[in-house]
Design a binder for this molecule. Sequence first.
Ligand code: AMP
Ligand code: ZN
Length: 498
Amino acid sequence: MAAASLYKTQLLKIYNSISGQKETFTPITEGNIGMYVCGPTVYSNVHLGNCRTFISFDMVFRYLKHLGYKVRYVRNITDAGHLENDADEGEDKVAKKARLEQLEPMEIVQRYTLDFHNVMSKFNAIPPSIEPTATGHIVEQVEIIKTIIENGFAYISNGSVYFDVQKFNKTHEYGKLSGRNLEDMIANTRELTAQSDKKNPQDFALWKKAEPQHIMRWPSPWSDGFPGWHLECTVMSTKYLGERFDIHGGGMDLKFPHHECEIAQGEAACGQTPVNYWMHANMLTLNGKKMSKSTGNTISPEELFTGNNTVLGKPFDPTIVRFFMMQAHYRSVLDFSNDALEASEKGFYKLMDALQTLSTIVADQKTEGFDVEKWRSECYDAMNDDFNTPIVIAKLFDAVKFINTLKEQKASISKNDLEQLRVTINEFVFDVLGLVNSNEVASDTIDKLSGTVELLIKLRAEARANKDFATSDKIRDELLEIGIQLKDSREGTTFSLN
Ligand code: AMP
Ligand code: ZN
C-alpha cells in the first residue's frame, strides 16, 4: 500500500447522488472515513449483479485506504425485516425460504451468509471492518422508533408503527435523493385498501405487528413484531459511524425507497441529515435487462467459475470477472456477455505478461519513449475523478505498450523510473483494482526458468572469458532454438522469451 497521508496531495472528487455533481471529498474528521454500504439480504445465493455492487465498493474501499485514510467500512447483513417485493406487506424473505425448506430462519441466514463471504473472497474483496446484522440490533431499532415517535414523525396503528411522510415533508424534503416530489407521489398512488393501518400510502413501516404465523418476531412496546426494512441501516450506521458520516453506498435500485427512507429516519431521529456523500453503483445487466433474482435473469458466481450456464462458452477465473467489471465505470450500466468476458480475459493476460516482462527489464542511463511521472499522476487523476477505473486501465495499457517496446530494446528506462513504474503498476493492479495474478503457478515456474537461464548466462560468460567460443555459442544457439533469446549489452546479458 502507498505511503500514509497520500490523500494530502491527491484531490479526490466523488459524484454525490444527492447533488448530482462531482464534489471535492472532505471527510468529517481529517484522515478518517466512515463508510456504510447496504449488504445483502441473505435468503438466497448472491448473483453476479449483487457482486458487481459489492466489488464496486470494494474498489472504493481499497482506493481510500491506498490514499492513506483510516476507513471504517460497515456493511450489514439483512437477516430480518426485508419483505417480499420490498414492500410493507407480505412474507419476510428469509422466513419464506425457511418455510419452503423446512429449516430455521437462522439456518437460512447462516447458509447464505457463508456463501456470500465465500464468493466475495473469491473476488478478492476485503471484508468490511464491521458486518452487523439486523437481528443483532433489534433493541437499538426499538429505541430509535421511540425517538422518532417522540419527535412527532411516526404514529402507532394497530400495534404497528409508521413513519408519517406527509408530516415530515412539512419541515423536511422527502424525495430529495431520488429527485421525487411528494405531491407527484401522492397523485400517482392508488388509495389505501380498507384494511391498511397506514394514514397515507407513502408512509412506511418502522415496526410491524407480526401475524400469528410470522415466526421472526421480537417484543416491543407496541406489539410482538419485527422492524421495517429501512430501519436497520439507519440504526447500524448511526451506531458504528455516528449520526452523521462520510459515505453511504448501495446499488442504484436502493435509492428509492430504501435510501430515501434512511434519510427521513435519520433526520427525524437525530435532527441532521445522516450522510455527506451518497454513492450509487449501477446495475449489471444480462441481455440488456437488470440481473435480478425475482425475474430469474441471473448468472451465479458458481456458474461463472465452472462455465456451467448456456450463456457461457467456458469457465472464467474470478479475477477475470473482476477485471471485466473494473473496465466499466461503477456508475455505468454494464452488460454481461461471454464475448465481453473473453475480451477481458485476453486483456488481463496481456497485462500480466507485461508485468512479468517488467520484472526482467534492466535499467539504462535515462528514460526514452515514456514519461513515467506524468503517467503516474494521470493514473491518480483518473481515480480521483470519481474512481474512473476504465481510464486507469487504459493508462495501464499505455504502460504495457511501453514495457513491450523496452523488451524490444526500442526504448530505455532509468533506474528511478523503472522503480517508479514497477511500484505504481503493482499498486494500481493489485492494491487498488484488487486483481490477482492468477498466473501465480505460471509465474513460479517462470521464476525457476529465470534462475536456470541466469545460470546458463553465467556459464556462457565464463566460457567466453576462457575463449571457449564453441561452448558459449552452443549455449546461445540452443537457447534460441527453444525460444529463449539472449541479448548482450554493455550492462550485461538479458534474455527474453520469443
Ligand atoms: P439485495 O440482497 O437484494 O438487498 O441486494 C444487494 C445489493 O445488490 C444491493 O445493493 C442491490 O442494489 C444490488 N443489486 C441487485 N441487483 C443488481 C444488479 N443487477 N446489478 C448491480 N447491483 C445489483
Ligand atoms: Zn440499507
